[in-house]
Design a protein around this ligand. Structure first.
Ligand code: ZN
Ligand code: ZN
Length: 749
């Protein structure tokens, strides 16, 4: 302890200094020889005052220039310890105990206090040392000492020691039984908790409300909410607030609205309505049962609300996608004197992020920082997917900067979210850097980086990383296998694909799901083994879904197999009659082989079913502003310049031998007009705009809401060559990295 400046004391301060000496120096006897010419600057005075308060009656302050003398006895010592326990300051309890134990003699009241503190702290070693004192003093058989000792061991999860003590106890009261039942419940040994509960009833011990609550909690904690509810019904004593909280939480978990409402009725009838914790769980119950009106009514009628109540109601609105209500309440909360502690912010941000309002999520994240609330790892992990969704690399990097500054880099969830953000924002290199720097990696980290390389068309690197993962002893899960199979597919590795598919169950215990089958169909289809792929689907033990048939249809487009395409499309119409992409793909396949009539028929079928093709839209971000481009939009900024660029590109592309592939336009118009329409495809407009507004050599990155069409793909490859630019296009299924006339997808997407 350091005293900063000399200070002559007032009589009040004398008392404080004595406290400092006794308490903080942990040298009570030496303190006698310390003079008063000391300052108390920079010392936590509040905590000291409590000690002083307890000691005051026995303390003799001799005078300003003389040494302190004080009289301590076990009684005042116990009083101090008890006071700290009551305040929940268990560390201080242990400190004061250890500080005086050489000079003081424990009595029968000291031990229960100490076991309570050790139990709360999970301080097993200290607790065991004090247990040894109990044995030495011969207090082992004292009922209060024995019961608190039992609780201490159960709280430290040492049920085997607790059980030995329990079995040896000559007299067991309801408290001993209850501690054991609660202990077993807490440590996941539900069957032992139930056995003891029944034994206790056979022993004709009066079960009181605490015992009933213990067994109900044991059920609830061990994922048996239905049993918790049943036991509550059998309860033969009046429940207390804790019982009601536990059982209402079980109803919420089960979404058992009817039972929950009955208990809510009981709450109202028996005057528990004014109990804040009970009301907070009632809100949660209604919210989990999607009864937002009822939840809101309870909230509105509450006489007092704390931050938990606000969190509960805002969280419900946010997570059910009712973001307007969530935001309104959030603004109301900000006008109260309750601090939205970090959780409310995170909940509202998560609500927006999960419902695709990525911009709003990012804005709130910024507001939160402006409000001086420091984001924690969970907030970061919540907001990064919004950057990923928007492809907002710039924001993502900003948040990464914050992560580094706040030393959150070593947090696993944050690291995983960063990898995911970087791969989805087009920068697999940055993702790799984050991955390499991670101190700990779990299967999610590996999945993110392997999936990232796959999505960017680097199948071989994905497979190499998969080998590393296995060498490092990380067990792949079903998501890893999907990434690995897709990587094989993109790299045309049929045999390797088969090998992984056959080994997944044997080597990693992963049972193939329909997604794995879809990957295999994709592998076979891409390699041109269309009949084999079809046979494979027929042999599947699971019902093929749209991904499976979609993979086959995609392969049929490449190899122009109309018969199989018709078969696959028929299945797709049945499975997802409203997905226009399937109609368009089949229509394109017909058109590609010159069967215009059939192509038109499919288009008509689509129209008859009232389906419209989703308009293509592409967007590009320049200097923090997002510009979006829709086909045929004549209100675009600097439209003439865009077309001038497209015209000059068209001339250069023709010199490179490019012939527009008009099949993709599929309009019943003449060839020249078709060509015009193709120039208008949204991604080309966005690229032209990007070329106009960036310096030569800058990479152009755009995002597209549909799969990039075949013609645009050929055109963009050539644009990358003639303009000397790297162009990255993120479409609905993957990233295309165009450079010097080639694309990373190898023309298969
Ligand atoms: Zn296109
Ligand atoms: Zn591509």
């Amino acid at each position: 302890m350091h005293f900063r400046k000399p200070y002559w004391l007032t009589s009040k301060a004398k008392v404080k200094v004595v406290g400092i000496l006794l308490h903080e120096c942990r040298m009570p006897l030496e303190a006698k020889n310390v003079h008063f010419q000391m300052a108390i600057t920079g010392i936590q005075q509040t905590s000291l005052f409590h000690v002083m308060h307890a000691f005051c009656s026995t303390l003799v302050v001799v005078g300003a220039q003389k040494p302190v003398d004080c009289v301590l006895n076990t009684q005042s010592w116990n009083a101090t310890l008890r006071r700290y326990v009551r305040e929940g300051n268990y560390e201080a309890t242990l400190r004061v105990y250890n500080c005086y134990r050489m000079q003081m003699q424990e009595d029968v009241s000291t031990f229960p206090i100490m076991f309570k503190a050790c139990g709360a702290l999970g301080a097993l070693e200290e607790g065991m040392a004090i247990h040894a004192c109990v044995v030495a003093h011969g207090f082992e058989l004292n009922a209060n000492v024995a019961n608190t000792l039992l609780v201490m061991y159960t709280k430290c999860s040492r049920m085997e020691i607790a059980r030995q003590l329990f079995d040896k106890m000559p007299i067991r009261d309801a408290a001993s039984w209850t501690s054991m039942i609660a202990g077993y419940g807490r440590t996941g040994n539900l069957s032992e908790a139930i056995t003891l509960f029944h034994e206790m009833q056979t022993a004709r011990l009066k079960a009181d409300v605490i015992t009933w609550t213990a067994i109900i909690s044991a059920y609830a904690r061990n994922d048996c909410p239905a049993d918790a509810l049943n036991t509550f019904r059998q309860m033969r004593v009046k429940p207390n607030a804790v019982t009601l909280v536990v059982v209402l939480a079980s109803c919420a978990d089960l979404a058992a609205l009817r039972q929950g409402m009955q208990i809510h009725g009981y709450v109202i009838k028996n005057g528990f309505e004014s109990c804040l914790v009970v009301e907070n769980v009632v809100i949660d119950l209604y919210a989990k049962c999607r009864k937002m009106e009822d939840a809101n009514q309870v909230f509105v009628e509450m006489s007092e609300r704390d931050v938990v109540s606000w969190n509960a109601i805002i969280g419900c609105y946010a997570l059910t996608g009712q973001n307007v209500q969530a935001m309104n309440l959030f603004q109301q909360l900000q006008s109260t004197n309750i601090n939205p502690n970090i959780i409310t912010w995170s909940t509202v941000i998560a609500g927006h992020a999960q419902h695709g309002n990525s911009n709003e999520a990012l804005n709130l994240f910024r507001d939160m920082q402006l409000a001086g609330v420091k984001p924690v790892s969970i907030t970061i992990a919540t907001v990064l997917p919004s950057c990923a969704h928007l492809g907002a690399l710039h924001h993502g990097k900003e948040i990464h900067g914050y992560v580094v500054k706040s030393h959150l880099e070593s947090n696993l969830t944050v690291g995983n979210a960063l990898i995911d953000m970087y791969t989805k924002c087009g920068s697999v290199e940055y993702a790799r850097r984050v991955f390499e720097k991670m101190v700990h990696r779990d299967v999610i980290s590996w999945n993110a980086i392997i999936g990232g390389y796959r999505m960017h068309g680097h199948g071989e690197e994905a497979l190499r990383l998969f080998d590393d993962m296995r060498r490092q002893g990380v067990r792949p899960d079903h998501i890893t296998i999907i990434a690995v199979l897709s990587a094989c597919s993109h790299s045309g590795l049929v045999d390797e694909g088969w090998r992984h598919f056959e080994q997944m169950t044997k080597d990693y215990g992963v049972l193939p799901c329909v997604q794995h089958y879809a990957c295999m169909v994709d592998i076979l289809g891409r390699a041109g083994h269309l009949d084999e792929a079809h046979q494979f689907i027929k042999m599947m033990p699971l019902k093929p879904n749209s991904s499976v048939w979609g993979a086959l249809l995609g392969a049929c487009r490449i190899y122009g197999n109309i018969t199989l395409a018709e078969c696959a499309a028929q299945h797709l119409y049945d499975l997802e009659p409203e997905t226009t992409a399937n109609y368009i793909l089949l229509s394109n396949i017909y058109a590609a082989s010159g069967r215009w009539e059939e192509a038109q028929k499919v288009r008509k079928l689509m129209k008859d079913r009232g389906l419209n093709k989703k308009p293509g839209c592409a967007w590009i971000k320049l200097k923090n502003r997002i510009y979006s481009f829709v086909v045929g939009d004549t209100s675009l900024p600097r439209l003439h310049e865009i077309y001038a660029i497209l015209d000059s590109l068209a001339r250069k592309l023709k010199e490179e031998g490019y012939v527009p592939d008009t099949n993709f336009a599929l309009h019943d118009v003449d060839e020249e007009e078709k060509e015009q329409i193709l120039y208008g495809h949204s991604e080309k407009l966005a690229i032209a705009f990007g070329l106009m507004n960036t310096c030569p050599g800058t990479t152009i990155q755009i995002t597209k809401n549909l799969r990039v069409c075949g013609d645009c793909h050929i055109a963009i490859k050539l644009i990358s060559k003639v303009a000397g630019r790297k162009i990255i296009v993120r479409d609905t299924s993957r990233f295309h990295h165009f450079e010097n006339g080639l694309c990373s997808c190898g023309d298969y997407w």
